[in-house]
Design a protein around this ligand. Structure first.
Ligand code: HEM
Length: 304
């Protein structure tokens, strides 16, 4: 895993097709953004990679991280994806510097780099995703989870992707990162006191603290202030300690950092592979001509 060079010289270095380490370095170099949220765009990049992938349906083999459908209104305009336009905009200079990388590869790689740079595990990442040339292949809306629901809904959503109960709980540990924004999802606040650091804090908060329903005008969420600042849980987060099959995994990951890091790396790598079909020579996989592709890309950029 490359370290993150932050010098001007590195930022100006030329891009060679297939030099994914150079892309990794450039993603790492833009993570710190003092004026954005808690000072890092890492969390929103992780959410971008997850939402790009989490539309997958194992039965119909539709959706998933191939295609970068979020460039189009059909997928990008899904209310579940509100706020992810910021993540895509932040990545645009990296795409401009490395025009040979597909958006679908860039978004998933950005999630993997962000996790690592925020202190998380190495998640396996392979290139080879292609970008849709139009929006006709965008998955239907409504495939991503709704935080207002309970355990049954989580199973419905994640089983469709091909995950089991343990994997659902491991994936949800990403909520140690970042925060809810009232102008995006309606909910408000962070899950942990270190929202830019990958950790087991989410599970610790769930198992060690008492959560009460927040009294406010906004959508139903839970609050706790024992660590000196108000932290939050969604109804779906609470479902992980209310469900008898989920809770043993929450307790395990609260106590066993190594198990969580390993299981998270495995399941996140599986998530970002959903829907990816590679040809033997994936570098030549896009089926449109370069001119056609450039035109589509211009159109897509104007919608980011
Ligand atoms: C279990 C079902 C899940 C639900 C219901 C859910 C729901 C949400 C909601 C409502 C937000 C706040 C969005 C905003 O207002 O900006 C959010 C943020 C976030 N989610 Fe999830 N999520 C789920 C699973 C996941 C998974 C599987 C991952 C990654 C593996 C993930 C990673 C994140 C991250 C990193 C943020 C913070 C984004 C930021 O700070 O901008 N979530 N999630």
């Amino acid at each position: 895993m490359p370290s993150a060079p932050k010098t001007q010289k590195d930022a100006a270095s030329p891009s060679r097709k297939g030099d994914f380490d150079a892309v990794r370095n450039d993603i790492a170099s833009i993570l710190d953004q003092p004026d954005y949220d808690d000072g890092s765009i890492g969390p929103v990049l992780v959410r971008l990679a997850w939402h790009a992938s989490g539309t997958y349906c194992a039965e119909t083999k539709t959706g998933g991280s191939n295609g970068a459908g979020m460039r189009y209104e059909a997928e990008g305009g899904d209310p579940a994806n509100a706020g992810l336009e910021h993540a895509r905009r932040f990545l645009e200079p990296v795409k401009e510097k490395h025009p040979w990388i597909t958006y679908a590869d860039l978004w998933t790689l950005a999630g993997v780099v962000a996790i690592k740079e925020m202190g998380g595990p190495d998640c396996k990442w392979k290139p080879g995703r292609t970008d849709f040339v139009d929006d006709s292949k965008c998955p239907p809306r409504g495939r991503l989870p709704d935080g207002a629901q309970a355990a049954e809904h989580l199973r419905f959503i994640f089983y469709r992707m091909g995950f089991n109960d343990q994997e659902i709980v491991a994936l949800a540990g990403a909520h140690s990162l970042g925060r809810c924004h009232s102008d995006r999802s309606g909910w408000e606040g962070p899950w942990s006191v270190t929202p830019t650091k990958f950790s087991t804090q989410y599970y610790k908060m769930l198992t060690k603290f008492k959560w009460e329903e927040k009294k406010w005008e906004g959508p139903r969420q839970f609050r706790n202030e024992d660590l000196g600042e108000e932290l939050m849980m969604l109804p779906t987060d609470m479902a992980l300690i209310e469900d008898e099959k989920f809770i043993p995994w929450v307790k395990k990951y609260a106590e066993d950092r190594d198990a969580f890091y390993k299981d998270f790396a495995d399941v996140f790598s599986k998530l970002i592979e959903l829907g990816v079909e590679r040809t033997d020579d994936y570098e030549s996989a896009p089926t449109f001509s370069k001119a056609e592709g450039d035109k589509k890309e211009q159109e897509a950029k104007s919608k980011i």
